[in-house]
Ligand binder design. Structure first.
Ligand SMILES: Cc1cn([C@H]2C[C@H](O)[C@@H](COP(=O)(O)OP(=O)(O)OP(=O)(O)O)O2)c(=O)[nH]c1=O
Length: 190
């Protein structure tokens, strides 16, 4: 039998955050090639990618609520996804050092013909980081699968001076808002 709730994501963080709801769900990884279109506003971009991820799973699971999500870091008009190598990770962190950037997370929830999406924006301020701090952090390997080359929930916590907005959205899924939107769409805890 299909689950009533499906998370269309390969991200272990999103799975952990959805587990906070204490509702059974299934994880089905979506096969979507993430191409960032710099012409789109970040808010549209993250919702579009979230929808593509959810849709790719919803097509074959029409009776379930399917959640897709996407996170991008935005600084100085540039949208930063995951770094492709260590030197790109160093470049990203040098850019973010001593500055405030925005983290956009888009979420799409699809059930049959119902498609609903929203986004959250969280501002994150980094301390000024020395080159050694950056190189040491990158050598932990933590930045490589994360937008903007850091994880606020890991060693990356030590880079962050403060945030304004939803912490969970930075980690990859604004869980409280996602729960509320699910309920608004008619999702019922069984
Ligand atoms: C900024 C930041 C991002 N991230 C993560 C969240 C996302 O998993 C990742 C951005 O990549 P995404 O493309 O949003 O997600 P993903 O490829 O990990 O998973 P999927 O597409 O299958 O759902 O960066 C953190 O874990 N901590 C942080 O502080």
């Amino acid at each position: 039998m299909n689950s009533n709730l499906i998370l269309a994501s390969a991200s272990p963080r999103r799975k952990e955050l959805l587990e906070l709801l204490q509702i059974p769900f299934e994880v089905i990884v979506s096969e979507v090639e993430e191409i960032v279109d710099e012409k789109l506003h970040p808010a549209e971009m993250v919702q579009s990618l979230a929808q593509q991820k959810a849709l790719s799973v919803a097509k074959t699971n029409q009776t379930s609520f399917v959640i897709g999500s996407d996170t991008l870091v935005v600084y100085g008009g540039r949208m930063l996804g995951k770094p492709t190598n260590k030197s790109e990770a160093i470049e990203m962190l040098q850019m973010l050092s001593g500055n405030t950037h925005d983290v956009f997370t888009g979420v799409a929830i699809i059930k049959g013909e119902q498609v609903h999406s929203f986004f959250e924006k969280t501002s994150v301020t980094f301390f000024s980081l020395s080159d050694k701090e950056i190189v040491d952090y990158v050598s932990t390997g933590e930045p490589m699968d994360k937008a903007g080359a850091y994880g606020i929930q890991g060693y990356g916590a030590l880079l962050v001076e403060g945030i304004i907005g939803d912490y969970y959205s930075v980690v990859g899924l604004p869980i409280a808002r996602t729960h509320r939107e699910l309920l608004n769409m008619g999702f019922k805890h069984s």
